[in-house]
Design a binder for this molecule. Sequence first.
Ligand code: PEP
Ligand code: MG
Length: 596
Amino acid sequence: MQEGNSKESNAVVKGVTAVEGVVMGVARLYTRGNINIDPEPVEESRVPGEIEKFARAKKSIGMEMQRLTDFANEREDSQTRDILSAQLEILNDPELDQMVQSHIEGKHIRAEKAVYDAFQYYIDLIKSSEKTFLVSRLSDLRDVRDRLINNIQQLAVIANFGKDAIIVTDDVSPLEVVTFARNGVRGIICNYGGLTSHASIIANAMGIPMVIDTKSATREAGDGDTVILDGYGQEVILRPDDSTSGSYRRAIKRHKEEEKLLRSVIDKPAETLCGKKISLQANIDFEDEVLNIEKYRADGIGLLRTDTLLMNAGPISMDGKRQEQFCQTAYSGSGSALVTIRLLDVGGDKLLDLKTREANPFLGWRGVRILLDRRELLRSQLKAICRVAGQQPGRTRILVPMISNMDELREVKTELESVQKQLAEKGTPIDKNIKLGVMVEVPSVALQVKHFAKEVDFFSIGTNDLTQYTLAVDRGNHLISDLYQPMHPAVLAFISMTVEAGDERDVPVAVCGELASDPFAAMVLVGLGVNELSMTPRLIPRVKQAIRLHTIREMGELARQVLASVSIKEIKKLKEEWQSAYEVKLREERASAARG
Ligand code: PEP
Ligand code: MG
C-alpha cells in the first residue's frame, strides 16, 4: 500500500471505459501480494478470527492446488503433478497446522505472522540439517508459505477497503471483481485490461463503473486520494478541487436523472417504431443477477454462463445438485420465457491461475474442448440441465461454446441423446424438444455456417470471441486494445453470413456478445436481420430506447451502409453521424415526455 501523496490537484488520467458511470470516492491502491507482515499482537478477542482466516486460506489453496493437479493429470504432466503433490503434503501437514494454530493462540499474533514463523522454523531446521536431499524442499515450503500469506492478506485488504473505495490497480481477475463487488466498492480503475475480458464483463454485470487501460493510474494516484471515475468521459480525475468536485456532483445528479428517464422505457414493449418485436434477453453470470431479469423486463435468458459456478468451487468438477439449483433459480426468475444455458466455457481467461500453463490459453484447452476430453463433466452437466428441463418442457436451449468443427457438435449431440435416453429409462421426465445450438465465435463455424444450420436448432453469435479470433487480437491484451474492433467489416461479414444461413433454414440467430448492448451496434444487428439480442440486463433499457425510435427500414439502410464499408474508420464515421442524429431524436423524446 502507498500513502496518500502531495501531487497536484485535478490531475487527469485518460483511459478506456469498460463500464459506464460516474462515481466519486477514495482511491485504494490494490496490489496482489507484496504486502508486509505486521508483527504486532492482536487483541485476544480477535484470536478465533485469525484462526478462521488461516483455515479459510488453507482450504482455498488446497482446492486451487487440487485443480492444478487435475490439469496436470489430464495432460500426463508428471513433473508438475509431483511438485504439486509435494506442496499439498506440506499444506496438509498436521504438525505445521498445529504449530500455526498454537502460535496464534499462544502469542495472539495475526494469522500471516503465525504462518510465517511456523514455516520459518522448518526452513531453519532444513538449512541447519546435514541432509542435503531436504534442501529441495525449501522452495516448496517458501512457495506454500507465500501462497498462504497472500491469500490471508488479500482477503483482509479487500474487506477493509470501505464502501467509498475506488480500486486503483494494475489489472484485475474475474474473481477479484466479484470479491470487490461483494464488499461494495464504488468503482475500479486499471492500468491495463481488455474491454471484453471476463473481469470487465463481470464488473458490467455487477454495475461497477470501470475505466481500464490508463497505463499509469497506479503511479499517479496515492492511496487515500479523492478520485472521480468518469466512465462517460473515459477518464479519471485525481485529487479534484472543490469546484471540480462540485461540477462532478452535478454531473452525477444529471446522469441519475437520465437513468430515471431510461427507466421509463422499461415497461414499454421492445419493438421498433414500425412495430416489429425484437427479443431483448439477459446475459446472466451469477445467481444474484437473476432478479434483474424481471427488473429490466428481459425476454428470458439468452446466455446463462455456468462457468462462474466454478469460481468458488475449486477443482473442475461438477456438482450436479449445484448446477440444477443454478438452473432452477434461472428458470424461476424468468417467468415462462426461454432459458439458454451455455455449457461450461472454462479456459481462456476464466481460470486465471492456469494462464501460465498454456502458451496461448485463448487458443487452447477451452469450452467444448475440455468437455469432450472430460466426458464425465459433460455428461453430468447435461444430466443436470435435462433434469431441470424435464420439469419445464419447451423452455430450454443448450448452447455449446467454442465449437470449431462439426465433429465436436455431433459428439455433444450424441451425448445429449444418450443422457436423455438414460433419464427417460429411469422414469425421469424429459423435454423431448430441448434445443441445441452453437456459439458462432470461431471463424471456422462462421465460414461453414450453412452446414451448421442443418444441424442446430439455433445460433448465438459470441462477438467477444468472434472478434478476437477473426482479427487475431487477444481480447484482454492492453497492448493491442485499439485493434480490438467488434465493428470490423470482417466480423460484420461473418455476422451477416450467419443471419443469412439462419434465415434460409428458419434457424433463429441471436447475438450475445457485448456488441449487442451498444445502441449503434444493436441498430446495425437488427438491420442485418438479428431478432434476438442478449446483454447484461441493466443495459436493456438503453438498447430498447434506440430500437423504439427507429424503423426496420432505417436500421436496414444503416446495416447496408455499414456492410458496404471496408475500413473501421468508415464505420466509426457512420457511428458518429448516427449518434448525432440519435441525440436529436432523444432530445425530442425528452421534450415530449416533459410535455406529458
Ligand atoms: C462471446 O464470446 O461473445 C461470449 C458471449 O462469450 P464469453 O464472453 O463468455 O466468451
Ligand atoms: Mg465466448
